[in-house]
Ligand binder design. Structure first.
Ligand SMILES: Cc1ncc(COP(=O)(O)O)c(C=O)c1O
Length: 460
């Protein structure tokens, strides 16, 4: 038996073998998976336990999904109760269940501005598909049928389904599936540390926003339905805070040309930035807010595109219903899990706690900046992105051939701290109820592992 005394050695061997033989997954490095497949079997609070009995601090909230931590009995109880009452009946067309209605009301309360009409789905990708369809049909039935394009940004991720992937501005997930959906246009992101134009933020005059407007004008604004952005760009580029005036300017640009603004907060929603939604930091409200991941705390799959009455009302007229839907969208049991998750976030004041602990951890991360390979420590609240560089002065990204980010992530793993790495950007996003003890361990482990990487790769 392993330390958790749940599986015998033989069972563990069989499970790992079966995973390799019968499973198809997006594995970053199949060789590593073959050597040591990490299979989590238990979670409690900030901790995860694998099948071999190892204990880890989940410093990335299981891909940014568990703001309240693991193993919350109150969520399990609520789910069990709903399952016993009514496990499933659809919320489509003719009749509905009660939990999605209760959840939609709650979302209206916690969402910014007039965002108050929810369309519930099962994943962040589906929620972005929904947002595009809302935007396109909204214009289509107003007689503005030429508005079919969606403007998105390079270096942003919006999901793996065809529309969401077409909006995604990363070549790696797109390449095998080209050509993608027509009508998706990409512009530069607002990433000052690695500005595509090589400009410095204090003198650039928001060149990224100008670039957006030039593209909109060039494409002809009357052909554009929506602009989608992640207001705090996602883990892949390490949550760079947008330059002052960018989001307000983007809102004005959309209003000027009658384009809908979509904020993809799948990764940044539910308190991680120190506000319930990241866009609240800049007081900018989109026309459609997209949420997922932390929405149910990871307890069950659920996501949503939420819009304003001004847009949603158009779909209530006879014959004008939104031509979109998923059999299990607004699943009553997932809705109950999401409601309980939000209740915990509110009751335990986790958004403010995330802001406080974010400050504490950011202060402690300051020393990490002294390492020659750490270019920038970005983010807001409890979302941290550490950008690894080859040359600090030239802000040149570290040679990807080294695999330094992955090396650091794997060493942290061995030391019992789970972080994430994409393109040599380290991402850290602990659950919102993290205490100083675990925060200090995370920082110490990352600090010493970066130190080891500098020596290992001989980077001075
Ligand atoms: C910003 C953002 N949007 C959309 C998605 C897609 O969500 P899902 O994986 O639930 O489809 C993700 C997932 O990582 C994301 O980070």
């Amino acid at each position: 038996m392993n330390k958790e005394e749940e599986f015998t050695k033989k069972q563990i061997e069989d499970i790992k073998k079966n995973a390799l033989n019968n499973w198809l997954d997006y594995a970053d490095n199949y060789e590593i998976a073959k050597k040591n497949l990490k299979i989590m079997v238990k979670g409690k609070g900030l901790y995860l336990y694998d099948i071999d009995g190892n204990k880890y601090i989940d410093a990335v909230s299981s891909v940014f999904t568990t703001p309240c931590g693991h193993g919350r009995k109150e969520v399990a109880d609520a789910v069990y109760e709903q399952m016993c009452k009514l496990e499933y009946s659809p919320s489509l067309k003719n009749y509905y269940t009660e939990p999605p209605i209760r959840l939609s009301k709650k979302l209206a309360e916690i969402s910014p501005g007039k965002i108050s009409r929810s369309f519930l789905v099962n994943s962040g990708s589906e929620a972005n598909e929904t947002a595009f369809k809302i935007a396109k049909q909204y214009f289509w039935q107003r007689g503005e049928k030429s508005r079919y394009k969606i403007v998105a940004r390079r270096n942003s991720y919006h999901g793996s389904t065809y529309g969401a992937l077409s909006a995604t501005g990363l070549s790696h997930p797109r390449e095998p599936f080209e050509p993608l959906v027509p009508g998706f246009i990409h512009v530069m992101n607002a990433w000052c540390y690695c500005c595509e134009l090589g400009l410095e933020p204090d003198i650039c005059g928001l060149a990224c926003l100008k670039n957006m407007e030039q593209t909109v004008v060039w494409e002809n604004p009357d052909t554009i339905a929506a602009i989608i952005i992640d207001p705090l760009p996602f883990s892949h580029i390490g949550y760079p805070v947008p330059p002052e005036g960018y989001l307000k300017g983007l809102r004005e640009l959309c209003d000027k040309y009658g384009i809908l603004l979509i904020f993809d907060e799948v990764q940044t929603g539910f308190g991680k930035t120190g506000k319930m939604f990241a866009c609240e930091h800049w007081d900018v409200v989109p026309d459609i807010l997209v949420i997922g991941k932390g929405f149910s705390g990871g307890y069950l799959p659920i996501a949503a595109a939420i819009t304003t009455p001004a847009i949603a009302d158009g779909f209530w007229e006879p014959g004008k219903e939104l031509r979109h839907g998923h059999t299990q969208g607004g699943h009553p049991v997932s809705c109950v899990a999401a409601l309980k998750n939000i209740e915990i976030i509110e009751k335990e004041n986790l958004v403010n706690k995330a802001a406080e602990m974010g400050k504490y951890m950011r202060e402690s991360f300051k020393n990490i900046k002294n390492y020659p390979i750490v270019g920038s420590v970005q983010g807001l609240g409890l979302l941290f992105g550490i950008v690894l560089v080859q040359d600090k002065n030239k802000k040149r990204k570290i040679n990807p051939g080294l695999g330094a980010g992955k090396w650091i992530m794997d060493r942290c793993y061995e030391k019992g701290v789970i972080i994430r790495e994409n393109s040599d950007v380290l991402a850290i996003s602990p659950p919102l109820n993290i205490g100083k003890k675990e925060a200090d361990i995370i920082i110490r482990v990352i600090d010493e592992t970066i130190f080891e990487a500098v020596r290992h790769f001989n980077l001075k």
